[in-house]
Write a protein that binds this ligand. Structure first.
Ligand SMILES: NC(=O)c1ccc[n+]([C@@H]2O[C@H](COP(=O)([O-])OP(=O)(O)OC[C@H]3O[C@@H](n4cnc5c(N)ncnc54)[C@H](OP(=O)(O)O)[C@@H]3O)[C@@H](O)[C@H]2O)c1
Length: 287
């Protein structure tokens, strides 16, 4: 839930009505607007939702520009490849991370205000670097959030380039309940590597980006598997079901920002599991 300029209110309410109750956001998605629209859509319905937010990414200079300027930059970026690449590089250059207690306390208080709630169900450290994961301060500050009732469970949101070692280091954090991991065909080996360690800790996995951020829809090999499968699913339904089966330790989180995609997702959720053959063929895909 990070893209601006959509009718999020309608989309979120329709998702809630259809029984979707897990919403993932972050303080830096769309400069805080992602949390704002979620808080707005959940007015009077807070109890129906599980809210997961993240902190630790400071807003880069590019993201702090007024939203009107950003809109123009996004439009230009979408139209011209070189502009898009420059925008992305600039963002990365200016973005930083902070996981000290002052910053995180400020961040959670601001997130709660934008989300119009007293607590979040899940608070994730947003792609912390390895050295932040081992800081004693970090465990203390999270413990204080739980003590104050601001956070029910906490965890680590892992970066795209996550490794098995990074996951094992995250699992050492005291009171850790959740990790959020990329969960799509191109990372299936990672899952097979860590499944036992995660299971032994009793930690839940939020499997994010089941479509590899859209990349799966351009993968000719994947599309061939979809076309030759007898179950007649759409590519998204096939990838979603694959992610659900891959992530036996938790749930799957697709990014959906239109009503047709929401309908496709809902239809896919009621479809039966993939055959072992289809699962193995999708697991074998390489990025
Ligand atoms: N490190 C982190 O913590 C981290 C990093 C990345 C993402 N996340 C979380 O994971 C969520 C999902 O990530 P994501 O959205 O980047 O990746 P994704 O779920 O793998 O892919 C989203 C892309 O697939 C498209 N799509 C969705 N449903 C579709 C359908 N039925 N048919 C065809 N295309 C479809 C979306 O288009 P539309 O937008 O047009 O629907 C979008 O372009 C994010 O919202 C965020 O909450 C966390």
């Amino acid at each position: 839930m990070s893209r601006p300029e959509r009718d999020w209110d309608t989309l979120l309410r329709q998702a809630l009505d259809a029984g979707i109750n897990f919403f993932d956001t972050a303080d830096n998605y769309s400069q805080g607007n992602s949390e704002r629209v979620l808080g707005e859509a959940l007015r009077g319905r807070r109890q129906e939702a599980i809210i997961c937010t993240k902190a630790g990414h400071t807003l880069g200079s590019a993201q702090r520009l007024p939203s009107g300027v950003l809109k123009v930059m996004h439009k230009v970026g979408r139209s011209f490849g070189p502009a898009r690449r420059a925008l992305k590089a600039g963002r990365q250059l200016f973005n930083g991370t902070r996981f000290d207690s002052t910053y995180l306390t400020h961040a959670i208080e601001n997130s709660l205000r934008r989300l119009r709630t007293d607590y979040v169900d899940i608070f994730l450290l947003h792609n912390p670097p390895l050295d932040a994961l081992t800081s004693a301060d970090l465990a203390k500050v999270i413990h204080s959030f739980k003590d104050r009732g601001l956070v029910r469970y906490y965890g680590v949101a892992c970066p795209d380039a996550v490794t098995a070692d990074y996951i094992r280091a995250s699992l050492c954090l005291p009171e850790l309940s959740v990790i959020e991991l990329p969960t799509h065909p191109y990372v299936s080996d990672l899952f097979f590597d860590v499944v036992d360690a995660v299971k032994n800790k009793g930690v839940a996995v939020i499997g994010r980006t089941p479509y590899a951020r859209g990349k799966i829809f351009d993968d000719k090999q994947f599309l061939r598997i979809v076309m030759t499968d007898p179950t007649n699913r759409t590519p998204a339904q096939m990838a979603l079901r694959f992610a659900i089966q891959l992530n036996e330790l938790g749930m799957v989180l697709p990014g959906v920002s239109s009503l047709p995609h929401l309908e496709d997702t809902l239809e896919g959720l009621s479809a039966p599991p993939l055959s072992p053959d289809a699962f193995d063929r999708i697991s074998a895909l390489n990025a």
